[in-house]
Design a protein around this ligand. Structure first.
Ligand code: HMG
Ligand code: MG
Length: 318
């Protein structure tokens, strides 16, 4: 039998990637159990200490919709701000922006969906209405010289609509860029995307948004996130969101599990010889620590393997 081969991209890899740690926000927003604010503060402190200077800390959203993050102001007031750090918060509307502003973030994040059905479930309005709702937020961010990041949810599939046309992703990404977003995450909210689709989506979106403003945000529900990151790298993307210990999920995407684990991404990048600026040992400690706080095992494969190896070495030395 003759084999046929195809490529998922050019194969050229960057020397450095930029990772935004979203564990404290995307990771914890979905937790049902109450998490004490001091635990969240310690999580952020540990992450910053591990070099996770681009840190998405919390959301200024309705506490009725996302009760877990109702302590946003308290958390922000307690965060250290090491040199070079960029603390960001989600702000879905002006009410959220005004509350966020008082807490002095470096960056605010707006988020629109690539499917109408998901937009209604997540932020209770249509895509076009959401863009109009973000317009004053974007203008206020620019006026206050805050960096503006944006996210396109369900870019690879929607729990309500199913398949999402690439054109919808391109359209929403373009509208967010027109609002002046400095960076746009293309998000696989329910983790269904696969490598070829990733290349197709980034190829299409990069025709309207420069590649250096794009970021890959992958949930790992179907175990595709690391493969999708490799495909993204080959497509020229060098910004990624990830979550310590693979924490996360979205309250409006039932069954969606966590984001790709930061430890796994850093392990991958080390293997590829790509600099992340992150300390993998400290990340592993942090991932194990927060998982213990939540009373479950970390979802990071690399984190668990490295922790087990360390324990073995300690037992052998004792
Ligand atoms: P709404 O009900 O349509 O808006 O919510 P509303 O203006 O009618 O307000 C309802 C109530 O919420 C009012 O209080 C408002 O004051 C209050 P009441 O009068 O009933 O007492 N309210 C707020 N309170 C605090 N902060 C605010 C705020 N806004 C309104 N900012 C809204 C609209 C967007 C606020 C709501 O739908 C909401 O908060 N949704 C939560 C969305 C969310 O956080 N989703 C998860 C994050 S997105 C995500 O995870 C995806 C991402 O990771 C990428 C990916 O993976 O896809 C980024
Ligand atoms: Mg997410």
């Amino acid at each position: 039998m003759t084999q046929t081969y195809s490529s998922i991209g050019s194969g050229a890899l960057p020397a450095r990637v930029f990772i935004t740690e979203v564990g404290a926000r995307d990771g914890l927003q979905n937790e049902k159990q109450p998490i004490p604010t001091p635990v969240k503060i310690e999580l952020c402190q540990r992450l910053l200490d591990a070099g996770a200077l681009q840190l998405e800390a919390t959301s200024f959203v309705s506490p009725k919709w996302v009760p877990q993050l109702a302590d946003a102001a308290e958390l922000m007031a307690a965060l250290p701000r090491p040199a070079g750090s960029r603390i960001s918060v989600l702000t879905p509307n002006m009410k959220g922006f005004d509350a966020a502003l008082a807490s002095n973030p470096d960056e605010v994040v707006i988020f629109a969906a690539a499917s109408e059905a998901f937009s209604m479930r997540n932020i209770n309005c249509s895509i076009s209405e959401s863009i109009e709702r973000f317009r004053p937020v974007a203008e206020a961010a620019h006026a206050h010289r805050l960096r503006l990041r944006a996210s396109v949810s369900v870019a690879f599939g929607c729990p309500y609509q199913g398949a999402v046309p690439v054109e919808s992703v391109v359209d929403v990404a373009k509208r967010l860029m027109d609002l002046g977003a400095h960076e746009i995450s293309i998000a696989d909210t329910i983790g269904v995307g696969t490598a070829r689709q990733v290349v197709q989506v980034f190829d299409a979106v990069s025709r309207v948004v420069p590649l250096d403003r794009l970021c890959g945000h992958y949930h790992d529900t179907y175990g595709q996130a690391i493969a999708n990151i490799v495909a993204s790298l080959e497509a020229g993307v060098y910004r990624f969101d990830s979550s310590i210990a693979g924490l996360g999920g979205c309250p409006y995407a039932k069954g969606a599990t966590g984001n790709v684990a930061t430890e796994d991404v850093v392990f991958l990048m080390q293997g590829l010889g790509i600099d992340t600026g992150l300390d993998l040992g400290k990340l592993v400690d942090t991932g194990q620590w927060i998982s213990a706080q939540l009373g479950r095992k970390s979802m990071s494969r690399a984190g668990n393997a490295m922790a087990a190896k360390r324990q073995q070495a300690e037992a052998a030395a004792a």
